[in-house]
Design a protein around this ligand. Structure first.
Ligand code: AMP
Ligand code: MG
Length: 341
């Protein structure tokens, strides 16, 4: 199959909207990462997403809408919890996914057999225009091969899915850079299953108490059930062995420089680069969590273009937006963290 990269003109948006109506796939820019979209109401179309990505069938997909009324019009949920309306008022359109009781129109392929469904109303004008052109909700996970870092540019998508999908719309770099925050309203207390662009603090300011799932910051214990199936898989892993170092600035620089050799590198803050004697890729400023989120996946992909075998990464903070960065990096590192005094 030849993969076409299209600019987001009105004509191309209509071409891709029709292709989606006909059960084909398309990669689309969103404010979080690029998504690999299919008609969410067509189980056979959705199956193609799992095949293209090599995604485990038990990992459910997020359903994307471009107007709130689509939730009722397409019977996406059984009932809309009042808290969902509050969240929608404050954070939609935007990088927040809300899990609600599944409606009758959702095929099992989308929800991976669960009784719930994840809904997101993205803010990016291109994905919204395509949903509206297709006039149906779109199921869309990140447009990468399963296990590799999520794509934040059309080039990243092409690198992973060239020859496998018919269309990529190039909308430039994604502004948020990490996937959406996932919150479930199907538990007694609302619970964050995956941190993202909307922080737990922001959610608490609207909902009152919000829990954060154990799996967000810690490795699941053997036999422990993942509330969000995606959390149990190794993810975002670069080819090099990535080890996170939790320490002060000085100790990190000292630790890495003592181990300097041709095949050892660093995944660090902007401020560290000039102090390191190894090949260093930066994932943003120590003082700017938003820049870390937006650069992280590109930095992980840059590591794959080197011959580095061992990479010492700076362990991010866990507060605010940095929680989303930490959640991704700890998985990239297979939960390997060295804590220095
Ligand atoms: P992705 O689309 O690849 O960014 O991943 C979507 C994330 O949302 C994965 O971690 C899924 O496991 C999670 N997810 C989607 N639907 C549900 C659901 N109904 N219940 C719990 N987690 C979900
Ligand atoms: Mg993904």
């Amino acid at each position: 199959m030849k993969t076409k990269i299209l600019l987001p003109t009105k004509e191309n948006i209509n071409i891709v909207g029709r292709a989606l109506q006909n059960g084909m796939l398309a990669a689309l820019p969103t404010e979080t990462v690029y998504g690999l979209a299919a008609d969410a109401l067509n189980g056979n179309a959705v199956k193609k997403i799992f095949k293209a990505k090599g995604r485990p069938a038990d990992n459910p997909l997020i359903v994307h809408i471009s107007e709130l009324e689509q939730i009722e019009r397409f019977s996406l949920v059984r009932q809309i919890p009042p808290q969902a309306l509050l969240l929608a008022k404050h954070f939609w359109p935007g990088p927040l996914t809300v899990i609600m009781p599944k409606g009758k129109a959702i095929p099992d392929e989308v929800s991976a057999g669960l009784d719930t469904v994840a809904i997101r109303f993205p803010s990016h004008p291109v994905v919204r225009a395509v949903i509206s052109a297709a006039d149906r909700p779109l199921a869309a996970p990140s447009a990468n091969i399963s296990g590799s870092p999520s794509p934040t540019t059309a080039e990243h998508v092409f690198g992973d899915l060239n020859g496998i999908i018919p269309y990529i719309i190039d909308g430039g770099s994604c502004s948020v850079g990490v996937e959406s925050t996932v919150i479930t309203l199907c538990t007694d207390t609302p619970c964050v299953l995956r941190p993202g662009g909307i922080t737990p603090e922001q959610l608490e300011s609207i909902l009152g108490r919000v829990d954060v799932s154990d799996a967000v910051l810690h490795e699941l214990k053997p036999g422990q059930k993942a509330e969000s199936p995606g959390m149990k898989y190794k993810h975002y892993a670069p080819k090099a062995d990535l080890i996170l170092i939790k320490s002060s600035d000085e100790s990190y620089i000292d630790y890495v420089n003592k181990r300097a050799c041709d095949t050892t590198g660093a995944l660090c803050y902007d401020e560290d680069v000039s102090l390191l004697n190894v090949q260093a890729v930066s994932y943003g400023s120590k003082y700017d969590y938003a820049s870390q989120a937006s650069k992280l996946f590109d930095a992980l992909r840059q590591l794959d273009n080197t011959n580095l075998k061992t990479v010492y990464g700076r362990c991010p903070d866990t507060t605010g937006l940095a929680m989303a960065v930490y959640n991704r990096l700890i998985r990239s590192a297979g939960f390997e963290v060295i804590e220095l005094a």
